[in-house]
Design a binder for this molecule. Structure first.
Ligand SMILES: [Fe+2]
Ligand SMILES: [Fe+2]
Length: 304
């Protein structure tokens, strides 16, 4: 019989269904998420938003910026379901990881809707980019990898959670420090706290797995990690100005004006500092597990 190629070729085999915690520290994240649940309708003080403090240009730019934030958060809605299918279809994956991933889908959808709601306050949500975006800005390829059984879940977790989500969370921390508008600051804070649990999931899950690492698995993890850093992180997925082009021009300008207004974005300088430091910190943590993330040569940033 042919080898299964995608998760859809795997046989459904949910029994025996063991629901007892297997990874207590992951189950704690699931428990914590319930205690910090928030509702974008009632937990953000939208009524305090004072548009009169900002120029027309700042509001227009921030409206586009927060619309783009909603598009980016939608990645979690549209692509994390593939990660959850992968976890649920692969035999032996721990229940704690399966339920935590269902929580993350919910939380990313919440970030998407909350970002949409702020864009509405700023003048109206924009439902598509002004010009079609380059792939590295818009597409993480998580779904494709999650469905492909030749790529281990561990490699996806390292690339998209330990690296991708960690960079996202650190940039949110920088945004929180630099945001001055009280409504934007509350929104950024709420999203940031959820993101901190998402990165904890990746690092904690992989810490459980490290005892089973084989040289082949390490090679697989390094290959996917390098691809994601080179072709996504260093090409503008989180720091859009790293991809200057006619298609991204308006989005870069909107990011910068929104940052200047204190409405929830970071300047390119602030983002660069965070991105470079994050990649350096991630490299050190991965090295402790024998995973080698090389130094990257970047046209603008130099050695990262
Ligand atoms: Fe998010
Ligand atoms: Fe996240």
């Amino acid at each position: 019989m042919a080898q299964p190629a995608t998760i859809l070729d795997l046989k459904e085999q949910r029994f025996p269904l063991d629901l007892k915690p297997q990874m207590e520290d992951i189950r704690q994240l699931w428990d914590a998420a319930h205690k910090t649940h928030w509702d974008p309708n009632t937990d953000i003080p939208w009524h305090l938003f004072d548009a009169s403090k900002y120029s027309r240009e700042q509001l227009e730019a921030s409206r586009l910026y927060w619309s783009r934030r909603a598009w980016t958060e939608y990645t979690g809605t549209a692509e994390f379901c593939a990660l959850q299918m992968r976890l649920c279809m692969e035999k032996g994956r721990e229940i704690d990881a399966r339920i935590q991933m269902s929580m993350e889908q919910l939380e990313e959808s919440r970030h998407c809707i909350a970002s949409y709601m702020f864009a509405e306050q700023l003048g109206g949500y924009i439902n598509e980019p002004p010009t079609p975006l380059p792939k590295s800005i818009n597409h993480r390829g998580i779904r494709e990898k999650a469905f492909d059984l030749s790529i281990s879940f561990e490699a996806i977790a390292i690339a998209h959670i330990c690296i991708g989500e960690t960079i996202a969370a650190h940039i949110f921390e920088a945004r929180y420090r630099h945001t001055t508008d009280p409504v934007a600051k509350e929104l950024v804070l709420r999203i940031m706290k959820d993101e901190q649990r998402h990165i904890a999931f990746g690092w904690r899950y992989m810490a459980h797995k490290v005892k089973n690492f084989t040289p082949e698995l390490i090679k697989d993890m390094e290959r996917v990690a390098i691809d994601v850093v080179e072709n996504s992180e260093l090409k503008g997925f989180h720091c859009i100005w790293l991809h200057p082009s006619a298609e991204t021009k308006e989005l870069i300008e909107s990011n910068n004006l929104c940052a200047e207004a204190g409405l929830g974005a970071c300047t390119p300088e602030q983002e660069t500092e965070t991105l470079v430091k994050s990649i350096g910190d991630i490299r050190v943590r991965l090295a402790e597990w024998g995973i080698n993330l090389p130094i990257f040569n970047h046209d603008v940033l130099g050695k990262v």
